[in-house]
Write a protein that binds this ligand. Structure first.
Ligand SMILES: NC(=O)C1=CN([C@@H]2O[C@H](COP(=O)(O)OP(=O)(O)OC[C@H]3O[C@@H](n4cnc5c(N)ncnc54)[C@H](OP(=O)(O)O)[C@@H]3O)[C@@H](O)[C@H]2O)C=CC1
Ligand SMILES: CC(=O)N[C@@H](CCC(=O)OP(=O)(O)O)C(=O)O
Length: 340
């Protein structure tokens, strides 16, 4: 790929929280050029600044309502599309975009689970059957050839949990089931208003206990069953996860430290930190910060990401960079900052 060439791209769901972050990242990216930001067909065309006034004078993209009649001409105008849509909308649209020759980075859960039955149980609709397998794009562990037509961008909680767990999985006792407790900011639920995310209702609370759709996704990503308890926190953005695992006899702190450093020493967007991370050190950034501590045979991991960036838009751009042969952190470091 000629590094000077600008890659034309489009964002679907550009009025939503992760879509707006994608718009801003791509608007500032040195190698991507954003041709379109689409909204649902229910809206009129309007500037993104009508929804996100903080972008005034910085990004004046006019958002277009999506209509299927636009599809035939789209491949002449763009090469890469990012879908920041509800799961079922992605499931419907992605196959059409692929058939039209576009490369799709899908932020939804429509194509993440490899088992169609499990997908149906979690999402309540059939996963479309595609000719090519869909890579699950946990960016630090994914090599893309540039021939894939669809990449499933991992979920926000699964990104945090798997980046912390994967390096230490070989050290776990045979009967250990990792326990993942995680708190997310309200932007994790998206921009659409709902009673449970309204200002007066939000109060730190567990939800989806032992039945959240990210439990099988984390298990698939780390290759082992996990216990997963998400919590909704009364803050805007960020995920903080605390993870507990039991270590085999003989595994010591140096082994754990070496495993993390060997895994991430050449990965700029994962930082192994020496004090438990605060959300404020990752919010507005594409970083994942991981802290670890041994307590006897227990290993405690504390991991923080921005759900809308490393957990969504920044990871999608990171994957697109890798797909096109750019350095993973291109356009993300130093980042343009956050929108929402
Ligand atoms: N929020 C987060 O932290 C994360 C979200 N994700 C995933 O990213 C996707 C988007 O999430 P999020 O940004 O939170 O969602 P939002 O609710 O904030 O935004 C949804 C977007 O999708 C558009 N849309 C809704 N229905 C349709 C449709 N039928 N056809 C076309 N466009 C449609 C909306 O347009 P309009 O404004 O016109 O209604 C809006 O632009 C979801 O799949 C989510 O699971 C992944 C990781 C983290
Ligand atoms: C706080 C909150 O509601 N978070 C969302 C997860 C974030 C999200 O959008 O899910 P994906 O990462 O699978 O796309 C939830 O629990 O459903």
């Amino acid at each position: 790929m000629n590094q000077q060439e600008s890659i034309q791209c489009a964002v679907f769901g550009a009025s939503g929280y992760s879509g707006a972050e994608l718009v801003w990242l791509l608007h500032n990216h040195p190698h991507f050029s954003l041709s379109y930001g689409f909204t649902s067909g229910a809206r009129e065309a309007e500037s993104i600044t009508a929804l996100y006034p903080q972008l005034a004078g910085r990004c004046e993209l006019v958002l277009q309502p999506w209509h299927p009649d636009l599809l035939p001409r789209l491949p002449q105008q763009v090469r890469v599309v990012f879908l920041a849509l509800p799961h079922e909308a992605s499931a419907g649209l992605a196959p059409e975009l692929i058939a039209a020759g576009l490369v799709v980075f899908d932020l939804s859960g429509a194509f993440r689970l490899g088992d169609p039955l499990q997908h149906h149980q979690c999402y309540g609709f059939q996963q479309p059957v595609l000719e090519q397998p869909v890579p699950y794009g946990l960016a630090e562990f994914t090599e893309l050839t540039g021939n894939e037509s669809l990449i499933a961008v991992p979920g926000c909680y699964p990104t945090a949990a798997a980046l912390a767990l994967r390096p230490v999985m070989p050290f776990l006792t045979d009967d250990c089931t990792p326990i993942v407790n995680a708190v997310s900011g309200v932007s994790g639920a998206g921009r659409k208003a709902a009673l449970h995310t309204s200002f007066c209702e939000v109060s730190l609370q567990a939800y989806g206990v032992a039945e959240h759709r990210h439990q099988p996704e984390i298990a698939q990503s780390v290759g082992h069953d996990v216990v997963f308890v998400p919590h909704l926190g009364n803050f805007k953005r960020g995920i903080l996860a605390t993870i507990y695992v039991q270590l085999k006899d003989g595994v010591n702190e140096t082994d754990v430290s070496d495993a993390f450093h060997n895994c991430y020493e050449d990965k700029q967007l994962v930082r192994i930190v020496s004090t438990p991370p605060k959300l404020q050190q990752v919010v507005g950034t594409p970083f994942c910060d991981i802290y670890f501590k041994l307590h006897g045979r227990q290993l405690i991991l504390s991991v923080a990401i921005d759900n809308l960036l490393k957990g969504a838009a920044a990871q999608a751009v990171q994957l697109a960079n890798q797909y096109l042969g750019f350095a993973p952190q291109t356009g993300l470091l130093p980042g343009p900052g956050a929108v929402v």
